[in-house]
Ligand binder design. Structure first.
Ligand SMILES: CC(C)(COP(=O)(O)OP(=O)(O)OC[C@H]1O[C@@H](n2cnc3c(N)ncnc32)[C@H](O)[C@@H]1OP(=O)(O)O)[C@@H](O)C(=O)NCCC(=O)NCCS
Length: 278
């Protein structure tokens, strides 16, 4: 792995890489390892309280190398489909008088998708993303470049997980095991959502969004060194906070995500994955 890392770093620093005969072969080997989940854009080092997510900047350099080396080409088909034979896709004809709009799901090579992941159309998983076992990526969900999605995560309909390739050291969004990301959420700019947290429908989290914890009486913020971190088991819902700057008479408020509680049995019941659909 270290020789692959040094080859990628050397090629990333080199100009005119397009004419280097070894570059494409090295990239393809790199892409293969990425697709198999053997290398990751970010990984958790250590265990327990000392565990830390570390960004592998060289992996992102490798992905960007692929963009430099790539030439435009016509591509045959997209994803092939595998589903329960009791529910095959309907075949429509003009006689049905139904409009079927083209489009569907896509998973880019260089994204790792573990066995048992479910992808509901239309959804998109970008290069460098890592989606672990038992996760559901629902309709209209986006898993952006290099995003790290844990085991048994539910990315609900229209949940957007932002991607990050540049700047090269920027941390990707990390969603740990057993998290529920509700419908229409947006998780961006390296935000870390720790295990079992529940992000209520419509919540948006960025580096600039303070997160108010009404249970522990704290405010969590990102800094220049650290992303916004949602604690384990937190239940976050969209809220609002009054602002007193400007004209107080306007009575304005700003959007603000709020931790209303920590996960309990009631939350578990609401967050349970629909096993029957699997
Ligand atoms: C977060 C969620 C799971 C609720 O969790 P819960 O543990 O059952 O929460 P509770 O019902 O105990 O609510 C706790 C507090 O938060 C408030 N709250 C809960 N969900 C809220 C929401 N989405 N927006 C604003 N407030 C919310 C409740 O009113 C309650 O406050 P109160 O005690 O002052 O009334 C649920 O709101 C949610 O967003 N589910 C995801 C739905 C979804 O996207 N499904 C995917 C379909 S593809």
């Amino acid at each position: 792995m270290s020789s692959l890392k040094s080859s990628i770093e050397r090629l990333a620093a080199q100009g005119e890489v397009e004419h280097d005969p070894d570059a494409r072969q090295t990239f393809l080997e790199f892409r293969d390892q990425l697709t198999q989940g053997k290398i990751r854009a970010a990984e958790k080092i250590g265990a327990g309280k000392d565990a830390r997510w570390t960004v592998n900047a060289w992996v992102k350099q490798g992905i960007l190398l692929g963009f430099r080396l790539g030439a435009l080409a016509e591509m045959p088909a997209g994803l092939s489909f595998v589903d329960k034979d009791t529910f095959p896709a309907r075949q429509f004809t003009v006689a049905d008088r139904v409009r079927v709009v083209p489009g569907g799901s896509s998973v880019r090579t260089g994204a790792y998708v573990a066995p048992s992941v479910i992808c509901m159309p239309p959804m998109f998983i970008n290069v460098g993303a890592y989606v672990d076992e038992g996760t559901m990526v629902d309709s209209h969900a986006l898993v952006g470049s290099c995003a790290q999605i844990g085991k048994r995560v539910h990315l609900s309909a229209a949940a957007q997980v932002g991607g990050v390739l540049e700047p090269i050291n920027a941390a990707p969004v990390i969603i740990e095991d057993d998290v529920l990301v509700g419908g229409n959420c947006g998780i961006y700019e390296g935000t870390q959502v720790q295990a079992r947290a529940v992000i209520g429908a419509g919540t948006v989290l960025t580096r600039s969004t303070p997160l108010y914890d009404t249970v522990r009486g704290k405010i969590y913020r990102a800094s220049s060194e650290h992303p916004l971190v949602v604690p384990e088991d937190a239940v976050v819902v969209p809220g609002a906070r009054a602002i007193d700057r400007g004209n107080p008479g306007w009575g304005l408020s700003l959007y603000c995500p709020v931790i209303v509680k920590y996960r309990n049995e009631k939350t578990d019941r609401g967050a349970m994955l629909e096993e029957l659909l699997r």
